[in-house]
Write a protein that binds this ligand. Sequence first.
Ligand code: DX5
Ligand code: ZN
Length: 216
Amino acid sequence: MSRLIAPSILSADFNRLGIDIEMLNQSEADYIHLDVMDGVFVPNISFGIPVIQHVNKIATKPLDVHLMIVEPDKFIEPFVNAGASILTVHYEACPHLHRTVQLIKSNGAKASVCLNPHTPVSVLEDIISELDMVLLMSVNPGFGGQSFIENTYKKVRQLKALIVDKNPDCLIEVDGGVNSETAKKLFDAGADVLVAGSFVFNSENPTDTIGKLKLV
Ligand code: DX5
Ligand code: ZN
């Protein structure tokens, strides 16, 4: 089981984004998590392709791009060209999920599907064998700094059982409300990758915080 950390730059200081990316390059972060919001799928707008292109110019870690957008198929190629190594789409935004997953892979990125807190793990049964990663939302997507939804631990365990049975190489990522307490329980439940935004960037020493999250 891996213990990977993907800091989300949603909580970074955009006035000094380059400095924060350099900090992540020097840290024990495994991926850089980028939250793209369209104001339609989620009630917030964040950033898009040009920001990811600029991050990609200086980042030395894989870019883990979380698309909180409707009709993601339209933008898969430009996001991969902008530098996404892992591309996550929402189950709730993809009526033809199998096609979307194939599109991500044919563009050369790793394919990941995200479930909102209310969406059961069982909906992935017939797509799990195609996936490189599953992202479980542990808050309702749209904002950083929200409280962790406790039901997520159960979903991690259910997903782990599905993965062990059908696709042991698939990673489990969890996003929202991650701190040292929730991180420990999530790793214990079977999570491989934890996204952490406010807990990292609001801490006094983000580099240390990233390192410590791996040792919870
Ligand atoms: C929420 C985003 C998260 C967010 C996490 O919609 O998907 O990645 O940045 O923020 P924290 O870690 O502060 O809950
Ligand atoms: Zn995210």
